[in-house]
Design a protein around this ligand. Structure first.
Ligand SMILES: Cc1cc2nc3c(=O)[nH]c(=O)nc-3n(C[C@H](O)[C@H](O)[C@H](O)COP(=O)(O)OP(=O)(O)OC[C@H]3O[C@@H](n4cnc5c(N)ncnc54)[C@H](O)[C@@H]3O)c2cc1C
Length: 300
């Protein structure tokens, strides 16, 4: 990739970077070039460079909702993580960088006796990825505590999106758009630190009891269909334990596909197809994936 030689000085990057290092499924082939901006200014510089080169980047958070092609990504990935992960409390508000871990934001809120994000504790995404997906659990969604989101676009324009219009079940005004989330303001309520921490500990236990956290995965593979639970439909279809290569429908939580060792993205995709077909023929419900696919065509 010719443009690698022209990456501006000061922007950290890696080449031929195995995406399996950046996805919680631990699968995915190499990205030609991954830029690792450590500030909004560096991100802005990276975008200006890519604009000149005529390249549109893929934005990566913590890779916890992604299936990356085994053939990798022919192009540029920008990872929003370290360096863009600062957070500060301002009264009952917290201003947080998009690259911070969501779980770290929850812990930071608790340290400041701020209540509202307890149920999100343990979701292994970045704050940017969680806003993009409107991540949620146990009756809460990130939008419930969101005030505003700062973003920048590949053309260099930046702005602030206030309020929570357009957020829904696992979607946000950012989903499938080109705005790159750089930071957000959250509003919490003053509470009792011990009570907040105890609620977070309870959530952690519930997750560990129900979810196969000892294997790589991307959490629930499928969205909740209206009026059903995907995991119940998959369980009723007798698919728990169904395996393709190293990919397996979890025995513990049928909504999860886990990487039992050596799984490829191809294995996971084939298993997803099997699950969708069997659930469709058994219950007439077509499951939609929550996990997002990115990269080269698997069969190309
Ligand atoms: C064990 C486990 C449990 C999980 N439990 C839950 C759960 O309870 N609830 C839930 O909702 N999810 C859950 N997930 C899924 C996942 O953690 C969330 O969807 C999370 O919000 C994804 O964030 P991420 O940073 O990993 O995003 P990524 O997977 O890196 O990216 C997801 C999408 O967001 C986009 N994106 C990421 N960052 C930005 C940014 N800064 N600006 C613009 N776009 C961006 C990417 O381009 C991509 O399209 C779970 C996953 C695992 C592995």
């Amino acid at each position: 990739m010719e443009l690698i030689k022209r990456v501006p000085k000061g922007i950290k990057y890696v080449t031929d970077e195995p995406m399996s290092r950046h996805t919680t499924f631990r699968t995915g082939g190499p990205a030609d070039l991954m830029l690792l901006p450590s500030s909004v200014a560096e991100l802005r510089g990276a975008l200006a460079f890519l604009r000149d080169e005529g390249v549109t980047p893929f934005i990566l958070g913590n890779g916890s909702n992604l299936l990356v092609s085994d053939r990798g990504i022919r192009g540029v990935v920008i990872k929003i993580g370290e360096g863009m992960d600062g957070m500060i409390a301002d009264g009952e508000n917290v201003i947080c960088g998009a690259g911070a871990y969501l779980t770290r934001l929850c812990a930071f809120a608790a340290e400041n006796s701020l209540s509202g994000a307890e149920a999100l504790y343990g979701i292994p995404g970045s704050v940017g990825g969680a806003i993009y997906m409107n991540a949620g659990a146990y009756g809460s969604e990130i939008k419930d505590v969101l005030v505003s989101v700062d973003y920048i676009k590949p053309d260099g324009a930046s702005g602030t999106l206030r309020g929570v219009d357009g957020y829904g079940y696992r979607c946000s005004p950012f989903t499938d758009g080109d705005r790159i989330i750089t930071s957000a303001v959250f509003a919490f309520k003053k509470g009792d630190r011990a009570a907040i921490e105890s609620k977070m500990a309870e959530i952690k236990t519930r997750r560990a009891d129900k979810q196969p956290l000892n294997y790589p995965s991307a959490g629930s593979v499928f969205k909740r269909p209206d009026g059903y639970y995907a995991s119940a439909l998959i369980d009723q279809a007798g698919l728990k334990g169904r395996t393709v290569g190293g990919a397996c429908v979890s025995e513990k939580h049928a909504g999860f596909i886990v990487n039992k060792g050596g799984a490829t993205t191809g294995d996971i995709l084939r298993l997803i197809d099997i699950v969708r077909e069997k659930v469709m023929s058994d219950s007439g419900v077509m499951l939609e994936t929550e996990v997002r696919f990115v990269g080269e065509d698997q069969n190309g």
